[in-house]
Design a protein around this ligand. Sequence first.
Ligand SMILES: *Cc1c(COP(=O)(O)O)cnc(C)c1O
Length: 463
Amino acid sequence: MNRNSKVDFDKLPYKLMLSENELPSQWYNLRADMKNKPASLLNPGTLKPVTFEELSHVFCDECVRQELDDTTPFFDIPKEILDFYRMYRPSPLTHAVFLEKALGTPAHIFYKFEGNNPSGSHKLNSAIAQAYYAKKQGLTGVTTETGAGQWGTALSMACAFFGLVCKVFMVKCSYEQKPFRREVMRTYGASVVPSPSDTTDAGRKILADFPDSPGSLGCAISEAVECAVKTPGYRYVLGSVLSQVLLHQSIIGLETAAACEKFGIDPDIIIGCAGGGSNLGGLIAPFMGRKLRGEKDYRIIAVEPASCPSFTRGRYAYDFCDTGMICPLAKMYTLGCRFIPSPSHAGGLRYHGMSSVLSQLYDDKLMEARSVEQTAVFAAAEQFARTEGILPAPESSHAIRVAIDEALKCKETGEEKTIILGLTGTGYFDMYAYQKFNDGVMNDYIPTDADLEKGFAQLPPMK
Ligand SMILES: *Cc1c(COP(=O)(O)O)cnc(C)c1O
């Protein structure tokens, strides 16, 4: 049964826009509707659930409250954050008519585009929230890590807005591959350190063990956390994985659901790329909420790189969020915190673990996951750029790949499915990767089972 049989798709506008006054004024906390709650973060010393007090040394107070709250369904978005959101939200939900035509598919494809803000990705939605709460608490600075640079860029911009000092530990291979990304952050006023660095104990330890380490998000997180807890007036902020970040990113899904309602459509399939899980968790939140409450059903697909397959080949276990093993333990699908993925071109997806919220939903079989190889991802990116015009981020292109694959399946079966994909950002700082693809010298690295076993062998013993 086609749930959109009454919709005349030819009559829909190209962009299903909400007006500014339709911007949601609350975030939605998906955890409130989960019967099986995500497992608590644990103190690695005592293996007891972390307390507010323990976490508040690392994160600012309001963010800790949000992190630990599994029951409050809605959080008001403070006026200062809403004012900032108005700079670039609501973001468009676009009908990919040109892509559909090129594919010759009966499917209807829509993309929620989060790359139309100055920082170029969805990360700004949480950066502005975390910077605001830090400022409101009277803190002077924040530290963070960045992989591909999108989070660092978003946070630098948010800190410039609120007058906070921002120190970014940038994964070394990205720091070298993307010097202009670094300069964007410096222009917004941040200081940027390649990680592993010799400025922290965690960095020095990794350098001693692996002098040529290309770095990883897990390692940069250890450095940023250490720097924050050792600097008075500083806290650490994280751009993904944490439940508070998914909460902030729910703005993506709430707008998507509102636009669907306004224009009378309902998706069959929702697809997003998954690094730490924040954009996907945000995009699916209201839809998954309906599914959990038994109101509607949706197929939800998380897409990850074959080089860093946390969902599709990882273990569901307690693990450290960082390589230095100083952060709390989170129960998640993980490749092991010492797993260093090959330096693929989707830096934002090179994280060993996955949001504990999404991990629980995946374990409960409420969503699916698929892994895709890099050259197939860039082929999809190219097709998208040539039809819809937007040059997508490599991370986002993972979702495009699977959306195209699903649309091609519809072509075979004649099914008229409605697909929504999360287009998380633009790829203008990834031209080195595009160059490799255009020159035909991009490779597909897939870790062997033996590679993965090494990561699993280092999972913390839970006794
Ligand atoms: C960081 C990033 C991602 C992946 O992070 P999630 O937390 O999984 O959303 C995806 N796309 C872009 C453009 C990013 O910057």
